[in-house]
Structure formats: C-alpha cells, structure tokens
Design a protein around this ligand. Structure first.
Ligand code: TXA
Ligand code: MG
Length: 333
C-alpha cells in the first residue's frame, strides 16, 4: 500500500518513474497511468494495477517526433503528415517497432502505438525523462475513464505513489488511434477528438474506419468505459416511457434535463449543444451519476456528427453489456 500523493511537482513524478513506480499523468484527453516504457517490470505493474489483459497493447508517450523515430522502424508519409498536423495532440499512430522497447508493451506484435500528448505539465515531464512512458487510461479495465485526479484516486488510491496534478482534461475523450494499410492509407481503429474527415483532409487519402473487435487493435472491445450501474442508451431522454421509476434512474442528458426526474439525478453535457463541451463532460457526468448508486442510468445519443460520433461510440460501448439483456427496466429501451 502507498500513501498516494497528488501534486504538480514534475520533478517528483520523474523520480518515481525513474525508480520503476507508476505515476498517473494528465493529458488533454484523459489521465494516463504511466510507467517507464523501457522497464518491462514497471510496464507489468500497469497491467496488474489496471487488471488489464496482457494482449491489450499500450501507447508509448513521448514529447517529440524525433523520439518516435528512435523506437519505430519507419514512419510512412501519411503518418508523418498526421504527426506534423496534430502533434502534440489527441493522435495515436501505429508504426512498426524497431525492437528497442520491451515486447510486453504490445504483446510482441509488429506494431507499436505512439502519441505526443498536448498537456503542458506532461510535456515538461516527458522532456526531462531519459525514456518514453507507456500510459493507458488511468482506470480499471472496462470502467469509466478518468478526466480529473479525483477520478484517478477512485481507482488507484493506495495502489500508486503519485498522481501528477494537471486539472480537468480539456478534450475529455481518448485519442484517435490510426494505423496504415499496405497501401499507406490511414485506418481509424478508435475514434477520438480528431475525425476521419480531418485525417482524410491532411493526408489526401481515403480513410478506412475499422473499429470492430476483429480489427487489428485488440483493446477496442465492444464493452468498455462502463459505469457499475446498469446503463442504457436512448434517442432522447424526453421520450422515456411512463413506467420508468424516476427516483431510481439517473439521466445523462445532451442539452437539457427532463422535468419528470429529480434534478440531482441528471447531468447535462452541454446546455449550448456544443459537441466539444459535451465530450469534455462525458466521463465527468458518468462518474457523477454512477456515484449516486441508482438502479439504472440512461444516456441519450448525441447528433452523429464531428465529436458526437466519438461520444456516441463511447456510449455504445459503455451500454453494450445491457443492450441484449432480457430483463430491461422499461419497454422502449
Ligand atoms: O488518449 C489516449 O490515448 C489515452 C491517454 C492517457 O494518452 N490513452 C489511452 O490508452 O486511451 P488505452 O490503453 O486506454 O487505449 C489504447 C488504445 C487501445 O484501443 C489499444 O487497442 C490501442 O490503443 N493500441 C495500442 N497499441 C496498439 C497496437 N500496437 N496495435 C493496435 N492497437 C493498439
Ligand atoms: Mg482505456
């Protein structure tokens, strides 16, 4: 057991990482659970702490493109263009590794995921470290991702020595994971803040979206990002049937609350209907509602455009276990 410290002291975070310990770090997307990527024993601690299957590969985080080149066997032109356009930022690229990093990172597959996060505190940390860090989201496997240090505390209090304070994450949903097919065309394995349309515009190439579990990104499971409370997805929180028990149900609303339900059982993602704000608030809202210990949670889909596509993807995965259940709480869902 550790006594977990939350602090913005980058030097202390570096010391813990150098001695093989885990440190939660802020990024612009979500908080990550970092370990020295060159230290297989430290990386193993990440899988254990998260209860994550070893076949789910981790993203290697660095502060500049030159450092990616130290660990990749090559950077295809489309990847180079994307890195220049979107890094530091919410982009992860899958590149062939050059064998320098320990195979535990990616379960010995040929591809390694790289990302340059845009958070100033973490960039400062990465600049001063003599090694890259792996950093999966700092949550337990399949649970709601963390966008504040208190979310990280919920999962890892006493399990890790240090959480680097960086405030609330500004984007709030994970990076877009992009690989490249044999023709060098980008393939999106996980939607994120950067849309397929933006990737097409920057690379001038056709973009394939392959987010299924059969794709070559083993971590993109259909069940993910889930609250403990049974969770359902609907088109609108204004069309819930009369038999819904309003006192036992929490609502994740897009723009406005449903007046039939207690106000404190509801969380509005963006009063303005702004998709960036909605993405930023998604995990905050899910943590808030899950902590109410209600019987059911219901979210409404966002318009399926821009970042709404990414939020809908997360909501679909978060509600996946309940979609095919026989005992549904109310008839329309
Ligand atoms: O925004 C983010 O990417 C955050 C922050 C902390 O940087 N990190 C994150 O890591 O979301 P994680 O481990 O929760 O998700 C990593 C994703 C998974 O979908 C995984 O399958 C994919 O990246 N991935 C990582 N390495 C891969 C590889 N070698 N081949 C295919 N997919 C890979
Ligand atoms: Mg994750």
């Amino acid at each position: 057991m550790y006594s977990t410290t939350i602090s913005s002291d980058v030097g202390k975070a570096a010391l813990f990482l150098e001695s093989g310990e885990l440190v939660a770090i802020p990024t612009e997307t979500v908080y990550g659970l970092a370990a020295n990527a060159c230290d297989a024993a430290a990386v193993a601690k990440v899988f254990t702490a998260k209860k994550r299957p070893s076949a789910n590969p981790l993203i290697v985080h660095v502060d500049c493109i030159e450092k990616i080149a130290l660990y990749a066997a090559g950077i295809p032109p489309a990847a180079e263009r994307l890195l220049h356009a979107f890094s530091p930022g919410p982009l992860t690229v899958l590149l062939p590794g050059n064998g320098t990093l320990p195979s535990i990172i990616n379960n010995g597959q040929p591809l390694v995921a790289f990302r340059i996060p845009a958070h100033p505190v973490t960039l400062q940390l990465l600049r001063q470290l003599p090694f890259p860090v792996v950093a999966p989201s700092a949550n337990l496997f399949t649970s709601i991702s963390p966008t504040t240090t208190s979310h990280v505390m919920k999962y890892f209090r006493g399990q890790i020595p240090f959480i680097l304070e960086g405030g609330a994450c500004s984007i709030g949903v994970e990076s877009t994971v992009v690989g490249f097919d044999e023709d060098g065309n980008p393939v999106v394995y996980r939607t994120g803040a950067i849309t397929a349309a933006e990737i097409a515009a920057v690379t001038g190439r056709e973009v394939i979206v392959n987010q299924g579990p059969s794709g070559s990104s083993p971590g993109t499971t259909p069940h993910h990002y889930s609250p403990v409370t049974p969770f359902y997805l609907v088109s609108s929180v204004h069309q819930l049937p009369a038999e819904v028990d309003v006192l036992k149900t929490g609502l994740l609303c897009f723009r406005e609350k449903n007046s039939r339900f207690p106000a404190n059982h509801q969380f509005v993602l963006s009063v303005e209907g702004n998709l960036h704000e909605a993405a930023k608030n998604l995990y905050k809202g899910l943590h808030y509602l899950d902590e109410k210990h209600l019987s059911f949670l219901v979210a409404e889909k966002l318009p399926n455009i821009g970042l709404g596509i990414t939020v809908n993807d997360r909501l679909q995965r978060a509600t996946h276990s309940y979609r095919y259940r026989f005992e549904k709480p109310f008839s329309l869902i």
